[in-house]
Design a protein around this ligand. Sequence first.
Ligand code: AN7
Length: 363
Amino acid sequence: MAFRPRYTGLIERYQERLPFGDDARIISIGEGNTPLIQLQNIPRVIGKEVEIYAKFEGLNPTGSFKDRGMTTAVTQAVSEGSEAIICASTGNTSASAAAYAVRAGIKAFVIIPDGKIAQGKLAQTLMYGAKVIQIKGNFDDGMRLVKEVVDHAPVTIVNSINPYRIEGQKTAAFEIIDELGTVPDYHCLPVGNAGNITAYWKGYQEYSTDQGALKAVVNKRPIMCGYQAAGATPFTLGYMVDEPETVATAIRIGHPQSWDSAWAAKEQSGGWFDCFEDVKILEAQKMLSAYEGVFCEPASATSLAGALKDIASGKIPEGSKIVCTLTGNGLKDPDTAIAQSAIKPSTVDAELGAVKKAILDSL
Ligand code: AN7
């Protein structure tokens, strides 16, 4: 009997809402179905009556939300006969593209900013065996080069300008509605290229207006809140930025590709863009770890940093149901985590007295 793989990913789960037929060869590593974790301690710590949920996308197969869009983009690329994919990346897209290319048996080329991607992401991408091209430039330079090179080489772009990426990523909104049994009041996201805010908005629009999905929530949609780092904030400035800089290297992007659709999400939902200093991002990352046991990468914590700012000011009122997407796993960027940890491990002699003293001194 021929080997028939069992698919466990989001294409299978939401196939009727995605552009793939029953005969498609699905390229999947079991992405999606990530936990929606209600924050139990942070609302108490900030003294506010709010329901905050973390959609922890760091638990996808390569540790970020990119896998949702990569299963669909690579499935489509393969169905079109493509034998190679390419992306520019701040790290997560490259890791995801590399993994799905392996799964499909095709080649992956990734263009990354030299020295500016987190170690975990580089480690993954190398292990998956992608061809890594480091450029002496930033993500925006890489994106420009990718768009140019596809006219000269037979490679399919799998950045979020590929519409199949958005199709896959919209399923995160479906999962949230399925799990909450309703639509949240606010949805908070970090914004870089703005593919994800575009995808969530598409997903919320499609699912909440579908009479068959959840009759009780027809026509309700969340207010979309997009947050950026102060050093890389084209959306709050209203114009492109040439030299973006932030500790959250995943969103070190000055020329977002999904510019118009991100503005549409903001305007149609009655939402907003905002930004804050890196220190606020790191603070939120630390709070998630220290109060909730949820370790996400710095860029991901931008969603919670924004939510906390807007809850504190009352812009997001008490009584609200808020979802913050945590886009990537904390293990992606061990260097930033260790550098900002106030408590360093101490080393003691390997004997009872020293270990006992270390414990009793800390109680
Ligand atoms: C953890 O990997 O652009 O607004 O090349 O890795 O959809 O771009 C990563 C983006 C947020 C921003 N959080 O999402 C890339 C890349 C994390 C990310 C974003 C990224 P978009």
